[in-house]
Design a binder for this molecule. Structure first.
Ligand SMILES: NC(=O)C1=CN([C@@H]2O[C@H](COP(=O)(O)OP(=O)(O)OC[C@H]3O[C@@H](n4cnc5c(N)ncnc54)[C@H](O)[C@@H]3O)[C@@H](O)[C@H]2O)C=CC1
Ligand SMILES: O=C(O)[C@@H]1CCC=N1
Length: 280
């Protein structure tokens, strides 16, 4: 669990958009000690605002006015879909003066975001993932040359409230971050779904199969993080010569599962690249 970072002291953090990713990041911030009354969410739907009010007992400020959310914020987090970003930011771009803007939108380059923001360049692009909700997220960050060292530390503190933070040097690497962590919880959920279906077909009931599959994924990932052995070495330690695991792994290799995962990641990367082009 991440602990409170003093860079967050009294910082006002405003979210534009109150969907899945905003909710996950807000949970991380509050869990690490940010006072809810320093957080504002701008969302057009009454239901979304009501949901925030209920969940956080009216301590998080939920507004329909993005400009009010931005005007005295220290950090503005853009958490709307790439397709609506241009229209949404046009409502408050003229209220930006020194705020740190963090965009979590897939694909959108800092140059394109800057154009949408009327030339404003204090922008960090982040690619988090939904396990941020339980402070187990993994986020890649890229900053323009225009952000200060203090803003870089602030961006690190904001995103580290929800888990691991990794800065990349080249903006193009953000597409790879999306392929390996931003979108990747979905691959893992798909893997778990398939394991459960497989176990049910082999005679277990669904609850038993789900509990065993989820605990195994958690145990294997936790073990890999804490180990001096590589994932390949850990795999070999499970695999007895001519035993059960060898039969399973040979079946996967025969079906080129590794190659198929790489292909899926390439598709994710390509889609991330295409989004910026489409939104120009
Ligand atoms: N869901 C995920 O796992 C991840 C999502 N992202 C990025 O986060 C961003 C948001 O995605 P989600 O939270 O999944 O989508 P979502 O659909 O759950 O939330 C989007 C939110 O945008 C808001 N919105 C829509 N129109 C608006 C407007 N005119 N003004 C202000 N707010 C408006 C609404 O509050 C809505 O809840 C996207 O750009 C996505 O690429 C990044 C990493 C992971
Ligand atoms: O699917 C998407 O486009 C977003 C970005 C990464 C995860 N979800």
């Amino acid at each position: 669990m991440t602990t409170f970072n003093s860079a967050l002291d009294n910082k006002k953090i405003s979210f534009i958009g109150g969907g899945n990713m905003a909710q996950a990041l807000i949970s991380g911030l509050i869990a690490c000690g940010v006072k809810p009354d320093l957080i504002t969410v701008s969302a057009p739907s009454v239901e979304t605002r009501q949901q925030f009010n209920n969940q956080h007992m009216n301590t998080v400020d939920a507004t329909s006015d993005p400009k009010a959310a931005v005007v005295d914020a220290d950090v503005v987090i853009l958490a709307v879909k790439p397709q609506v970003m241009k229209a949404v930011v046009s409502e408050f771009a003229d209220a930006l003066d020194s705020q740190l803007v963090i965009s979590v939108a897939a694909g959108l380059s800092t140059d394109l975001l800057s154009d949408m923001l009327g030339g404003y360049r204090n922008i960090v692009r982040a690619m988090p993932n939904t396990p941020s909700k339980i402070q187990m997220g993994a986020a890649g960050l890229y900053g323009t040359k225009d952000i200060t060292e203090a803003q870089k530390q602030l961006a690190t503190a904001v995103m580290a409230a929800s888990g691991l933070v990794m800065w990349v040097e080249e903006e193009a690497q953000m597409h790879a971050v999306t392929a390996v962590s931003g979108s990747a919880p979905a691959y893992v959920f798909y893997f778990i779904e398939s394991m459960v279906d497989g176990a049910v077909a082999l005679g277990l009931d669904k609850e038993q199969a789900s509990a065993l599959a989820m605990q195994t994924v958690l145990g294997a990932a936790t073990m890999a993080i804490g180990s001096n052995n590589s994932p390949a070495e850990l795999r070999r330690k499970v695999t007895s010569p001519n035993g059960t695991t060898q039969a399973a792994i040979e079946s996967m290799q025969g079906n080129e599962i590794g190659h198929q995962i790489a292909e899926a990641m390439q598709a994710c990367y390509d889609r991330s690249q295409a989004l910026s082009e489409e939104m120009k």
